[in-house]
Design a protein around this ligand. Structure first.
Ligand code: FAD
Length: 382
């Protein structure tokens, strides 16, 4: 079998790339390890930057997103028992975020792909790729490709296929994780609440008018079983308590612990292989960047491939450099938000610094604007 671009992984990066290349008339095959059911129900991110929304619109897959997505023009930062509004849209000339689950983005992209009748092979784990020859190997055979897009997430096979000594990796593990719940209850908040608290960080988020998505900082070694529902609600209530406001509780539909890691592999390309999304970089979720970075890589790679098939390979040669500028900005922002908001041991000096930084962001328009433009996505970083 032969194709122009072989795409490993049907997450946000792989599916977005496949859609953009379809619209450009470039042939692709997408191979995915898991079932369609699994991929469509994997609860992960839910905050879309405006640039991500605009791209999905251009790709013709935003019909439901435009109907069901919830536009937020700000977030709240809570510390020392007070909640402060950061008006993202006001501070960034009208740019906003849209609340729409990654599960829904993935469903929309899969539906579009299948409607076009193009190859999307579920339950087809790629066993190895030959980055130099452009060959993808799976149990059913081999696919020869002009280009391989490694969109197979952090634990995939594409990045490890690059020979030793080529990649330089940068990594930071954090001594905390997030215990996240999805609850069938109307969100108690109008916009996301990021809460700093002596007991640890908490985040109040949502997925829809009927679904709340809440998180509490926990030990990364914790198991979801360590967190019975009562314990989760009690921690959420305490960490987000505010006079005159209460947190509505409801049935917990899903619960899980996520570790936190920063990771970048450089360069994001080798031979005929181009990495995109979590295959090349990971951010802690505090900045809501993971999904948005994956989609942005897909856009950069799609545009470079269009040029390449039109006879100009310069953008493809510069793919990694173009992505890494944006990736490192998001890495820094995610690290900064994480460091500012999480309890890291008992060091009172660090706690005072966090509170000082939080107060600065809420009293200084310059500091708030810096947070806002990073949160909604910096258009000037590619
Ligand atoms: C538990 C969890 C919670 C998260 N929460 C948030 C959040 O709240 N906010 C946020 O911004 N980000 C969050 N993220 C990050 C965000 O979801 C990711 O950044 C995003 O999914 C990246 O998309 P991707 O397409 O690069 O990778 P993925 O979504 O990981 O997709 C990779 C795909 O490749 C497939 N695959 C892997 N190996 C193979 C193989 N050998 N052959 C074929 N297919 C393969 C996988 O099954 C998967 O479908 C979370 C991530 C996790 C893991």
């Amino acid at each position: 079998m032969r194709t122009q671009v072989g795409i490993v992984g049907a997450g946000p990066a792989g599916l977005t790339l496949a859609r953009l290349l379809e619209l450009a008339g470039i042939e692709t095959v997408v191979l995915e390890d898991r079932t369609r059911e699994y991929v469509e129900h994997r609860i992960r991110a839910g905050v879309l930057e405006q640039g991500t929304v605009e791209l999905l619109r251009e790709a013709g897959v935003a019909g439901r997103l435009d109907r069901e997505g919830i536009v937020h023009g700000g977030i709240h930062l809570q510390f020392e028992g007070e909640r402060h509004h950061v008006p993202l849209a006001e501070l960034t000339g009208g740019r906003a975020i849209v609340i729409y689950g990654q599960t829904e983005v993935v469903k929309d992209l899969i539906a579009a792909r299948l409607e076009s009748g193009l190859p999307l092979l579920f339950e087809t784990p790629v066993e190895s790729v030959d980055a130099e020859a452009g060959v993808i190997r799976h149990a059913g055979g081999e696919i020869e490709c002009d280009v391989i897009a490694g969109c197979d997430g952090f634990h995939g096979v594409c990045r490890p296929s690059i020979p030793p000594g080529v990649l330089r990796t940068f990594e930071r593990d954090y001594p905390f994780g997030w215990l996240g719940i999805l609850a069938a209850v109307e969100p108690s908040i109008d916009e996301l609440v990021y809460a700093h608290h002596p007991r640890g960080f908490a985040l109040l988020s949502l997925r829809s008018p009927e679904l709340s998505r809440y998180y509490v900082q926990c030990d990364p070694a914790d198991d979801a079983a360590d967190w019975p529902d009562d314990r989760v609600w009690a921690e959420l209530r305490e960490r987000t308590a505010l006079d005159g406001w209460s947190l509505e509780e409801g049935p917990v539909l899903e619960k899980g612990v996520t570790g936190m890691r920063s990771f970048v592999a450089e360069p994001m390309q080798y031979g005929r292989l181009y990495l995109a999304g979590d295959a090349a970089h990971i951010v802690p979720p505090t900045g809501a960047k993971g999904l948005n970075l994956a989609v942005a890589d897909a856009r950069t790679l799609a545009e470079a491939l269009v040029d390449r098939y039109a006879g100009d390979g310069r953008a493809l040669d510069g793919y990694s450099d173009a992505c890494l500028r944006r990736v490192w900005r998001a890495e820094h922002f995610s690290y900064w938000m994480t460091s500012m908001l999480h309890r890291n041991g008992d060091d009172p000096f660090e706690q005072r610094l966090q509170l000082s930084q939080l107060r600065y962001v809420t009293v200084s328009e310059a500091a708030a604007t810096s947070l806002a433009e990073n949160y909604v996505g910096l258009t000037t970083m590619g």
